[in-house]
Design a protein around this ligand. Structure first.
Ligand code: FAD
Length: 294
């Protein structure tokens, strides 16, 4: 199986998609419909998120393994340090290796329950993502990614501190980074400039989510940590009572933003899908990121 870096360093722009592990059988059906719908569009890779604990973690391992085994797709497993001792982390990483997964997104994670609550590391675990990057690197020949934050991580005191942390993760051995959601292309490009200004070259992928409903817009506010800019509010707010028009405008907005980013030379666009394929398909089609046979 190829690595994420091999798949994004092709010289032509690509797209990738993120899924969540299914919670039940209906969810599993939805997820696999989305995977099959997107598989024929040849995404560079698909990633599976890692839950806050318990059975959802087993489902991440199972789903990533199944993608690796039963599809033509390159899969990437997320992994967080939450509530894991180093021995347990080694065990999960070992499972990924055994299932043929070559790509891991190494994350610190948030406190379970309240993501804004106090972060308490596992007494025999790791405290920050850079330590997890080192651990994954030590244990095998993985291609490792990390998270990046256009507006800074909420726990970082300022953007300088936050950028230094991203550089620390890259120096620890991360091969690429995926950005948290943001609203304007310039927000992402400023992050890229901050990294370049520190003399570090990396593959930095913007993360985007088609703004199909007011709920998705609210989720983008929550995850990005930024308010909806007036320019975007002016286009979407008048449409909140017209679902079809809202969806069309939201898709236009994400398409325009992605076009600008591709024109600025990003290697690809990473889509947060919430296990749905339709909007992503529409946007990547309009961006011309699909093989001509599709
Ligand atoms: P870190 O890089 O460790 O940073 C966390 C905070 O600690 C930052 O404020 C940083 O500045 C600070 N810090 C780092 N090192 C030091 C130090 N030495 N001293 C002081 N402060 C320090 N969460 C999930 O639970 N599951 C997922 O699957 C998942 N997938 C994600 C995918 C992407 C692309 C992104 C962007 C986020 C994802 N998250 C996921 C959310 C992520 O786990 C949280 O945002 C988490 O709060 C931060 O993780 P991190 O890896 O960036 O942490």
């Amino acid at each position: 199986m190829k690595t994420v870096v091999e798949r994004i360093r092709t010289g032509r722009p690509v797209f990738s998609v993120e899924f969540m592990p299914p919670r039940d059988e209906a969810d599993e059906q939805l997820l696999w419909n989305a995977i099959r719908e997107l598989e024929c569009l040849d995404p560079a890779f698909v990633s599976i998120t890692y839950g806050a604990g318990g059975s959802s973690r087993d489902r991440t391992i199972r789903t990533t393994g199944r993608v690796a085994r039963e599809t033509t797709l390159v899969s990437m497993a997320h992994l967080t340090a939450v509530d894991h001792s180093i021995a347990e982390l080694r065990n999960v990483i070992g499972w990924y290796a055994a299932l043929g997964v070559k790509n891991i997104l190494a994350l610190r994670g948030d406190p379970p329950g309240d993501p804004n609550g106090e972060w308490v590391p596992h007494p025999q675990g790791v405290n920050y993502a850079d330590e997890l990057v080192r651990l994954v690197r030590e244990l095998g020949d993985f291609c490792v990614g990390v998270a990046a934050f256009p507006y800074g991580h909420p726990r970082s005191p300022d953007l300088d501190f936050d950028t230094d942390n991203l550089i620390r993760k890259l120096r620890a051995g991360a091969d690429f980074a995926i950005a948290q959601l943001f609203f304007e292309p310039e927000d992402f490009l400023r992050l890229r400039d901050r990294v370049a200004a520190r003399g570090h070259e990396t593959h930095l992928l913007p993360g985007v989510m088609p703004l199909t409903t007011p709920k998705i817009l609210a989720k983008t506010v929550e995850l990005s940590g930024a308010q909806v800019p007036p320019r975007i509010a002016a286009r979407l707010d008048p449409l909140v009572d017209d679902p079809e028009a809202f969806r069309a405008e939201g898709i236009d907005l994400v398409t325009e933003m992605s076009q600008r980013l591709l024109a600025e030379g990003v290697p690809g666009v990473h889509f947060y899908t919430f296990n749905r394929s339709k909007a992503t398909k529409e946007v990547v089609g309009r961006l011309g990121l699909v093989p001509s046979r599709a």
